[in-house]
Design a protein around this ligand. Structure first.
Ligand SMILES: Nc1nc2c(c(=O)[nH]1)N(C=O)[C@@H](CNc1ccc(C(=O)N[C@@H](CCC(=O)O)C(=O)O)cc1)CN2
Ligand SMILES: Nc1ncnc2c1ncn2[C@@H]1O[C@H](COP(=O)(O)OP(=O)(O)OP(=O)(O)O)[C@@H](O)[C@H]1O
Length: 189
């Protein structure tokens, strides 16, 4: 299957997960992440605001605030060039619904540069055990990560992990992948 087919297939599978199953599986993933040294050592973390069919990031964002970590979230700053930046959020009030069902930091939030971020939680639809990922097709994360040198980690349900997935030269792998069943760690590239 090519990237586009894998993407639409997985989006359908995720949309069919019941609310209860989402809750149980996401809870399992969150518990694993907060126990990891990559999480514990990070002072500034970048986390997406998950949409209904994605692995929920709500508990991780709240855990970050509770643990005194600085949290930032993505904002698509130039949709025609598909670039994004990360802005600090200190409460749910710092977010607004922009388009589709995406929530982004408001204009009043402070911009953080790449080198201020210790850990980026990268979203995606399909992953491989070696950290390859297929995202939502915008190329936003591949562009941002091309010039980022901190830690990366992705959250996924076990059924989102596949052995062989197509890769392109600009794809950037994640260094850790956490599912409800296991933790995969990949050597830095
Ligand atoms: N929760 C969350 N936030 C995120 C991401 C994500 O994957 N998850 N992103 C990860 O990159 C970035 C936004 N990604 C985007 C990807 C595509 C389009 C887009 O333009 N989509 C099409 C229609 C998509 C559809 O309806 O299926 C469009 O509007 O024409 C916008 C943003 C930043 N924020
Ligand atoms: N570093 C880059 N520089 C320029 N263009 C890029 C870069 N990375 C990706 N692109 C372009 O972005 C488009 C989408 O890339 P890709 O299919 O890998 O998206 P994705 O990984 O699914 O999305 P995302 O990174 O937003 O999660 C591709 O057409 C590619 O040409």
């Amino acid at each position: 299957m090519d990237k586009a087919a894998l993407r639409s297939d997985m989006k359908k599978r995720l949309q069919n997960v019941s609310t209860d199953e989402h809750l149980v599986r996401a809870d399992c993933i969150t518990n694993k992440v907060v126990g990891m040294k990559e999480w514990q050592q990070a002072q500034t973390v970048s986390i997406t605001i998950s949409r209904a069919f994605e692995v929920s990031t709500k508990a991780l964002i709240e855990a970050s605030w509770a643990q005194g970590k600085r949290v930032c979230a993505p904002k698509c700053v130039n949709p025609s060039q598909r670039t994004m930046q990360f802005f600090e959020i200190t409460s749910w009030d710092d977010l607004e619904n922009v388009y589709l069902d995406l929530y982004e930091p408001k204009a009043t939030c402070r911009l953080l540069s790449r080198n201020e971020i210790d850990l980026i939680i990268v979203p995606g639809l399909v992953f491989s055990p070696s950290g390859q990922r297929i995202g939502f097709g915008g190329g936003y994360y591949d562009r941002y990560l091309a010039d980022y040198h901190g830690m990366t980690l992705a959250l996924a349900y076990a059924f989102q992990v596949m052995e062989d997935i197509p890769a392109e030269p600009f794809d950037v792998n994640v260094q850790c992948l956490v599912t409800d069943e296991q933790i995969y760690t990949v050597e830095a590239q």
